[in-house]
Design a protein around this ligand. Sequence first.
Ligand SMILES: [Zn+2]
Length: 174
Amino acid sequence: MTEREFSKKCGKCRQRAVTLDTVCYTVEFDHDGRKYEVTVPDLVVPRCSNCGTIALDEEANRQISAAFRRKAGLLSPEQIRQHRVALGLTQQGLADLLSVGVSTLSRWETGAQIQQRSLDRFLRAAFVFPELRQALAEDPALQLPEQPPRQLDSAWQEEPAESPSLRNVPDSAL
Ligand SMILES: [Zn+2]
């Protein structure tokens, strides 16, 4: 493990008294129009022993972001990467299927950016359904007819067919 680097000088009281400490940290996230209160009970973070000010560094933000993803039920960076690799897709390949920029997908996989819930579901669907990946790979498959097909009333009353659930994405692709 590499040495965790942070400024020893407090940004508030200017004392060189900042050391790593374990704190219970609560923060509110706004994501997709919802608020989430996220608590990390054992956040290891640079903290001034003189005035108590904490400084969120990269590692602390990574822990907070991971806690938020768990709370919101979003795929972790590791899950996204593992499922992509298990399907033999490059970052560019998966980004093309989803029509997102490869830099965006890369940020999801490093944890620098948190995917919107709709894209999280799109990712899960693309991981679970080979037919969807196939359709996404061929643009003509997504061409809509001029007119939507007419639905018979009875079609709305049929039981939905058994299908794999999006929740069944295993934690590990291994
Ligand atoms: Zn201080």
